[in-house]
Design a protein around this ligand. Structure first.
Ligand code: COA
Length: 321
């Protein structure tokens, strides 16, 4: 028995910061940012936290699925930006939404986070250890961004997305791949703000997101097509069998390059980074929710999801909607 996604939800903070707004604080322009990344705006948390955003997205996903919070067996929450170390964000969400029968844990896999919790949720269901799993990706990246670094602050945004995965005897077609390369971890880093002996961490630039953009770009456009081909081969499917390719929303040029390497046009590669920027673990479930609510997903369609990011981590999965 495997799981099928039976509901989705998302939440982004109200506050919008446009490229023109950013051009007032760093030396950049709307033209430079949108041409190089596809991002035009991002939503930034004010009072919101990872937990508050995750709880709102989760509540909407349960409502969309028509499932009560008591039915949830497990909450898997992907995040790298929780404001607390413990209790886990998943446990706080459990309390917020009243999922009184659920266990919960956080998963740290950066922008591969949602793909990772999807795979874990499927493994729990396949093993018979859970029937209904709430998958969440939630990030508050604005708190880790150095707003004086034009090379990174233009890219990221805040938000949360969620999906309910439920055991379904009629669900078939699931293949997954997950990889990491710790040796390349230096290309995208952010140190903890709980460093021993450190005094004024706000001045310690290693506690902000730092990135070698070109290396990360090269990594993504090489590894994502490989992972997609890997899961399609395992599933004995071809790219023509896939209705939608839902890629982590880091940069439109990465998605264009992946599509080209798979010898496909962009029609089956939806994107929304124009509105949200890169929301890390939240990007795929926010996109999935938009696709679901706009009626673009039909039961029986085969979908590919692919995440990639810090770690380095990457992977893909193919499944039936
Ligand atoms: N506005 C204007 N100019 C900028 C700028 C900005 N926001 N950021 C950098 N520049 C400048 C650089 O200083 C450099 O100037 P120089 O030639 O005078 O030295 C020039 O633009 C080119 O910089 P470079 O870093 O080589 O640009 P790039 O073409 O590699 O684009 C990224 C930079 C970050 C957009 C691109 O590397 C990228 O998208 N990488 C992937 C990042 C990513 O997706 N990370 C998350 C993965 S999960």
């Amino acid at each position: 028995m495997i799981g099928r996604i039976c509901g989705t939800g998302s939440y982004v903070p109200e506050k919008i910061v446009s490229n023109d707004d950013l051009a007032k604080i760093v030396d950049t322009s709307d033209e430079w940012i949108s041409e190089r990344t596809g991002v035009r705006r991002r939503h930034i948390a004010g009072q919101d936290t990872v937990v508050s955003m995750a709880a709102k997205a989760a509540g909407r996903a349960l409502e969309n699925a028509g499932i009560s919070p008591e039915e949830v067996d497990l909450i898997l929450l992907a995040t790298s930006t929780s404001n607390v170390i413990f209790p886990s964000a998943a446990c706080s969400v459990q309390k917020e939404i009243g999922a009184v029968n659920a266990g919960g844990l956080d998963v740290s896999a950066a922008c591969t986070g949602f793909l990772s919790v999807y795979q874990m949720g499927q493994a729990y269901i396949q093993a018979g250890m859970a029937r209904t799993v709430l998958l969440i990706g939630a990030e508050c990246l604005s708190r880790l961004v150095n707003w004086e670094d034009r090379g990174t602050c233009i890219l990221f945004g805040d938000g949360a997305g969620a999906a309910v995965l439920q055991a379904d005897a009629s669900a078939s077609c699931l293949q997954t791949a997950l990889h990491s390369d710790g040796a390349k971890g230096w290309t995208l880093t952010c140190d903890s703000r709980h460093k021993e002996g450190a005094k004024d961490l706000s001045k310690d630039l290693s506690t902000y997101i730092r990135m070698d953009g070109k290396e990360v770009f090269k990594f993504a456009v090489t590894k994502v097509p490989e992972a997609v081909r890997e899961v399609l081969k395992k599933a004995e499917l071809s790219v023509d069998d896939i209705s939608w390719f839902l890629l982590h929303q880091a940069n439109i040029r990465i998605i264009e390059s992946v599509a080209k390497r798979l010898r496909l046009g962009m029609e089956r590669f939806p994107s929304n980074m124009e509105e949200y920027g890169n929301t890390s673990a939240a990007s795929i479930p926010i996109l999935l929710d938009e696709m679901n609510r706009s009626g673009k997903l039909e039961r029986g369609q085969k979908l590919v999801m692919s995440g990639f990011g810090a770690g380095l981590t990457w992977g893909a999965c193919v499944f039936e909607w």
